[in-house]
Write a protein that binds this ligand. Sequence first.
Ligand code: UN1
Length: 501
Amino acid sequence: MSKYAELINRLIPNLDAYRGTDLVVTTPIDGSEIASLRMNTAAELDQMITQSVTAFQAWRKVPAPIRGEFVRRLGNELREHKEDLSQLVTIECGKIITEGRGEVQEMIDICDFAVGLSRQLYGLTIVSERPNHSMQENWHPLGPVGIISAFNFPVAVWSWNACLAFVCGDSTIWKPSEKTPLTALAVQAIVDRVAKDFPEAPERLSQVVLGAVAIGEQLVDDRRIPLISATGSTRMGAQVGPRVAARFGRSLLELGGNNAIIVTPSADLGVAMPSMLFGAVGTAGQRCTTTRRLIVHRSLIDNVHEQLKKAYAHLGDTKVGDPLDANTLIGPLIDQMSYDGMQRKLNEVRSQAVEVTGGEQVSIGNGGFYVKPALVRLEKQLDEVCEEVFAPICYLIPYDNLDEAMAMHNEVPQGLSSAIMTTDVREAEYFKQNSDCGIANVNIGTSGAEIGGAFGGEKETGGGRESGSDAWKAYMRRQTSTTYYGSERPALAQGVQFDLE
Ligand code: UN1
């Protein structure tokens, strides 16, 4: 039995219901098995979707502030179980424990946001061009929402979607990554507990479906699900987008990033260095917001390179290890495939690089895949850099003028997050105007966004926006409504005459 069994059973009291043999869950900490589950069948998913439609029909009629109360209680329950759930996040996806806690905090934060939102699903009043007409724009619940999430944020991304969906009056079906089904079941158990004491919440308001590609495709193709929100690779998004569009559904895609930080001569390196380091090596390079490129002015690149090499060596030698250990800053890669992908990319660029440091495997005496973060100094941006590799490889590239840096910055196919390190207000504004990303930061790194802003990006990142700001609108149906309250024959718009006599 796994040493984590007690924690897992505490979080998922009904684990027996999910046991099976075709979904073996391992921990990246040492590669050992921590549970053996069963994938759902196509018939089961079909039934879940039917139940989700029924749940939606009931939930949409519950007043939004009461739906918000449900989410408020969910936030409280998450607070109650924060430590256990954080531990499981760390065990299942390998991020260090402070980041595991941060992830659950992100869930709590979006709950709070959604509670407020539940009283602010504002529409518009619009002036009419015709006498005695009023116009409104109203927002209505949309329907069951399919949520497909990735291993690296196994629970937070669900909560960005689900908490908004719940207050918007939608039901949800969640297909977590096959690599992290336990955290999903743990969250489902928490939701179930809240729902049990909440009579307005219909059965099956929130469901989890376990499966691989075929189950994902079934979810994506089902016409009863008006919105598919999918987080993952660009390759996955390129399949999901057209399939959902083919049935005239709506998709919200949050895909790959290839995020850069531009460091200008005016940068305060005391401010910049910690952000660059966390962005590049935090979460072992496994965030979609990870800093993958540092575009540094030629006058300071040697200095920045030296400082980074020192920090990387220190991190690689002393801070790679068990993510549950408070001293660790870099946990394991998710699996061997990820490790192989990292090595493949390093081998691809090695001969063209000025210098490569780090990237070696670190043995901590178990079956996990641990690496020293890799820093690759280049003379110019290579085509090979345009591909996102989900591992801690950061490229250091010189530039001579800001236009050139900006062009290089925007050259990659992805457009998620970006940052500039500068103390010059003109450079900062120029950067915000010209970055083609969904996120453009000044003097902070590319990762670690707060939930209050809309999260997502352009180009191959998929164009979707989740979490804060007005991202909720994706989970509702917009309706324009014109009312005539006069008693004369109503005028037609655009001055059209249509006289019968
Ligand atoms: C992701 O990696 O898919 O901005 C999401 C961040 C986190 C979310 C990352 N709040 O880094």
